[in-house]
Write a protein that binds this ligand. Structure first.
Ligand code: GDP
Length: 310
């Protein structure tokens, strides 16, 4: 069994490779729900959706989110009513949110609703939300506090970031199965996801850090930072705002104490010694997932690092 801590797009690219290297039945993905949002009366879980669509073979891999070939007639009609349309919602994607919301209203937990959606799509890997409790990521900016989707999608992550808050995390408990997956897995992978807004919310939940720290030597993080930049998105900007250098060393410092191994890009081998001083074992491989073959190679490298006794 392998457990994977995962955000959305970066994690989904990685999972695409992983599915070619290990049996889906041996995978438990623990997904971030700090990005979740309620819009038009429906509960949207962007990261769980991206992962589920990848596992089901539905993901629009060009965009990195949503359902391949989706249409946007509903969203266009919402715009026709003069309502805001900054949050892209495909018609088929909307069906997922409607069914999820209906299950939640009938009393399902988010874990149960996610399992039901996955089962109906024939997904064989296990997908767990990090928690069934409401935890929401807020971004503090000079002009006010923004919910994560407002910052990321509506404001295109332009505002200056002063602080990041995982609201509700002090009361949240790990979802059923999360701590067991971490303690029972042969190895735990931290996907190449945004450390601050994808993995940070997962780590903010009581018990998860401790469970990882206990398995530290079996936990491998894959860096989302190559050189001194994120491959995509605001990870660099958010790391800087939270006091971390934007480099594989900054990633290592963010994960120090809960991660015993880190996979960094071949080109970044110069950081090896500095990272070793933080207490992590360093492995290198090409980390850029430019296509399916590259994602498969990265997944193979990650599994090998996890099992390496060297
Ligand atoms: P989000 O919730 O959609 O932002 O998804 P994630 O947090 O999972 O993914 C975003 C992160 O993935 C960013 O920090 C990127 O730097 C990282 N990422 C995207 N593509 C790649 C890639 O090809 N290789 C690596 N190593 N990281 C990547």
């Amino acid at each position: 069994m392998i457990a994977v801590l995962a955000g959305g797009t970066g994690a989904a690219k990685f999972v695409r490779g992983l599915l070619e290297v290990v049996l889906p039945e041996t995978l438990t993905l623990i997904g971030n729900t700090g990005d979740d949002v309620e819009l038009w009366g429906v509960h949207i879980s962007p990261d769980l959706d991206t992962l589920m669509y990848q596992l089901a073979g539905w993901l629009d891999e060009e965009r990195g989110w949503g359902v391949r070939g989706d249409t946007f007639a509903c969203l266009a009609t919402i715009g026709r009513y003069g309502e805001p349309t900054w949050f892209q919602l495909g018609d088929r994607d909307l069906a997922t949110h409607l069914v999820r919301t209906n299950l939640l209203r009938r009393g399902y937990s988010l874990t149960e609703a996610t399992a039901a959606l996955c089962a109906r799509l024939g997904v064989r890997a296990r997908l767990l939300p990090m928690t069934d409790d409401p935890v929401r990521t807020y971004i503090h900016t000079p002009s006010g506090v923004l919910a994560f989707q407002e910052f990321f999608v509506r404001e295109r992550w332009m505002p200056e970031v002063m602080a990041v808050e995982y609201r509700g995390s002090e009361r949240a408990r790990p979802a059923p199965g999360v701590l067991e997956a971490i303690s029972e897995a042969q190895g735990i992978l931290i996907a190449p996801s945004n450390p601050i807004t994808s993995i940070g919310p997962i780590l903010s939940i009581s018990g998860i850090r401790e469970a990882l720290a206990e398995r530290r030597d079996r936990v491998l993080a894959i860096s989302p930072i190559l050189g001194t930049e994120a491959v995509s998105g605001p990870a660099g900007k958010l790391m800087r705002a939270c006091g971390y250098e934007v480099s594989p060393l900054g990633v290592a410092r963010f994960y120090a104490g809960i991660v015993g191994r880190i996979l960094i890009d071949d080109q970044d081998a110069g950081w090896r010694e500095a990272i070793e001083q933080v207490g992590l074992r360093v492995f290198t491989a090409p980390l850029r997932m430019t296509d399916r073959a590259a994602a498969i190679r990265l997944a193979r490298a990650a599994i090998a690092c996890l099992h390496s006794e060297a």
